[in-house]
Write a protein that binds this ligand. Structure first.
Ligand code: CFM
Ligand code: HCA
Length: 537
């Protein structure tokens, strides 16, 4: 049965829940929502994955070392732990960088203390100090970050005291992260730890005098497949000075003076909202959400920035850029759209792209039947209300009273109701966009989807394209369904901004306008499936 152009997911959800043990079913039920954008729906998110379930999630170390600090090219990111934690995170994320002639770039290296049994038994601090000295002698970096893996916390090595000692000994900036993999329930805890330490140890260390008229930072953009380069180009043309990106194509110096910005733009809210809020609280820098995935979203985001500054010349430049670029984008879109329109897509990734990429699919008329995040929080899903926020005159405002919707906090309806009068007295409200209010009625939203549910989704919807990561890719493709990696972009990209949209349209045509996937054959299509029974309660 179709409702609103989408198949009714009720039987699918029932089938999935019926196969689980009772307690598991009760839990999963709350993380699977048949969407209704007009209703005030809640979803369960950011909770521990049920043991035994094959999750898509990663660990806290991945969120801290890989995601937030990974793209910093001139900080030596030294991992304190067994070599596997470094090896399996080595150059897998496709975050790109462009150092100027003579500038440091350590991103191609994997720095590790290579912990051995002996260090687990007798402690690894001495080895860590040696590794820091060695890295300093060989590379003379401006800064070193130390990242804790699971055993570090278990044996009690104190990376922070090592960092203090070595900072005193070597005279460079050295800081540690207690980002052991098992902390928290996913990568998300690692983002938070990374944000706190970068804010504490880096931001504000350099009061570089103002250079541009409009100075901004771009937060939560990691230059996967060159996305940041595309956005940087647009800013440059519009006369917006990008001080620092956290952390795609960044330098430590740029982060040190990032507090001199007029405005923070937040692209991936999930991974970096903490720095945005801390900068607002300490330096009075307001932040707005932007989305440069999708041509229309890019134009909208550029206009949002111009609106913020309220400068006629800037607005005119932005308008001209958008008009010129949209003409190019539309020409490709018109060619591709008829070939892919009406197809079905689903996407299960991370904590923001499963939402942002829906704009690109929407532009091509591809229907998103089901989507979800790996580790987002409720606000990333539900956030639909305007969130009141302090602006500029920070010290005359009661910040505590007004900063809402952090993590699990419920929206403050009372403040929303007072929106008009608060605005009159100088508060600025900002849109708090989320996945569910922007998805169609009757689509299926699933948090922390697991391997088995993925298979059920494919059998039920028979999607034309499935978007996820490397762990899902080949299983899905063996079903005869093409999988587009929205993490690494496979070997493609950039997909951000206008040029990125064009690249993505062409990629969708390549993947969807072909019969090749129908030819995929697998043994389980012909041989009977072995159905296991689940009896654990
Ligand atoms: Fe933000 Fe990201 Fe994402 Fe993320 Fe990630 Fe990534 Fe992602 Mo992979 S920071 S939440 S922790 S947009 S690494 S660049 S692709 S899961 S959707
Ligand atoms: C991470 C990084 C990751 C993994 C991608 C994937 C990335 O979570 O540790 O599963 O394909 O984008 O590189 O999200």
């Amino acid at each position: 049965e179709y409702i609103n152009g989408l198949p009714d997911p009720t039987p699918l959800k029932e089938e999935i829940l019926a196969r689980y043990p009772r307690k598991v079913a009760k839990k999963r039920d709350k993380s699977m929502v048949i969407n209704d954008p007009d209703a005030d729906q809640e979803i369960q998110a950011n909770i521990r994955t049920i043991p035994g379930i094959i999750t898509q999630r990663g660990c806290t170390y991945a969120g801290c070392k890989g995601v937030v600090l990974g793209p910093t090219r001139d900080i030596i990111n030294l991992v304190h732990g067994p070599i596997g934690c470094s090896f399996y995170a080595w150059l897998t994320r496709r975050n790109q960088t462009r150092p100027a002639e003579g500038e440091d770039n350590f991103m191609t290296y994997a720095f590790s203390t290579d912990m051995q049994d002996e260090n687990i038994v007798f402690g690894g601090e001495a080895k860590l100090k040696e590794a820091i000295r060695e890295a300093y002698e060989m590379f003379a970096p401006k800064a070193i970050g130390i990242f804790s893996t699971c055993p570090v916390g278990l044996i009690g090595d104190d990376v922070h005291s090592v960092a203090r000692d070595m900072k005193a000994e070597l005279g460079i900036n050295i800081f540690g992260f207690s980002c052991e993999g098992y902390r928290g329930v996913s990568q998300s805890a690692g983002h938070h730890i990374a944000n706190n330490q970068v804010f504490k140890n880096v931001v504000g260390n350099n009061d570089r005098p103002r250079k541009g008229k409009f100075q901004v930072n771009l937060l939560g953009e990691y230059n996967i497949g060159g996305d940041t380069f595309e956005i940087e180009r647009l800013f440059e043309e519009a006369g917006i000075e990008l001080l620092s990106t956290f952390s795609g194509n960044s330098t430590i110096e740029s982060m040190e003076y990032s507090h001199t910005a007029d405005l923070n733009m937040v692209m991936c809210h999930r991974s970096i909202n903490y720095i945005a809020e801390m900068m607002e609280e300490k330096y009075g820098i307001p932040w707005i959400k932007v989305n440069f995935i999708g041509a229309e979203s890019t134009a909208k985001s550029l206009k949002k920035i111009a609106d913020y500054f309220g400068d006629a010349e800037l607005t005119a430049k932005v308008d001209a850029i958008c008009e010129r670029e949209m003409a190019k984008v539309n020409a490709v879109k018109e060619a591709v759209k008829p070939k892919v329109e009406g197809k079905l897509a689903m996407m299960f990734v991370g904590g923001s792209r499963a939402h942002h990429y829906q704009d690109l699919f929407g532009e091509l008329g591809i229907r998103v039947v089901s989507a979800g995040y790996e580790f987002a929080h409720r606000d990333d899903y539900e956030g639909r209300k305007v969130i009141p926020n302090i602006k500029i005159d920070a010290d005359t405002r009661n910040i505590e009273d007004l900063v809402v919707s952090k993590d699990e906090a419920h929206f403050r309806d009372d403040l929303v109701a007072k929106k008009d009068s608060l605005e009159k007295s100088g508060y600025k409200f900002k849109d708090y966009e989320g996945m569910m209010p922007e998805m169609k009625k009757n689509s299926l939203v699933i948090d922390d989807v697991n391997h088995w549910e993925t298979e059920k989704l494919i059998e039920f919807y028979k999607p034309d394209v499935f978007c996820a990561g490397i762990k899902e890719k080949y299983v899905v493709q063996k079903y005869g369904v093409p999988l587009k990696q929205l993490h690494s972009y496979d070997y493609g990209g950039p997909y951000a901004a206008f040029e990125g949209a064009i690249n993505f349209y062409k990629e969708m045509q390549r993947m969807l306008d072909t019969k090749i996937w129908k030819l995929v054959d697998t043994p389980w299509k012909h041989e009977p499936e072995i159905v296991g029974s689940m009896t654990i309660e």
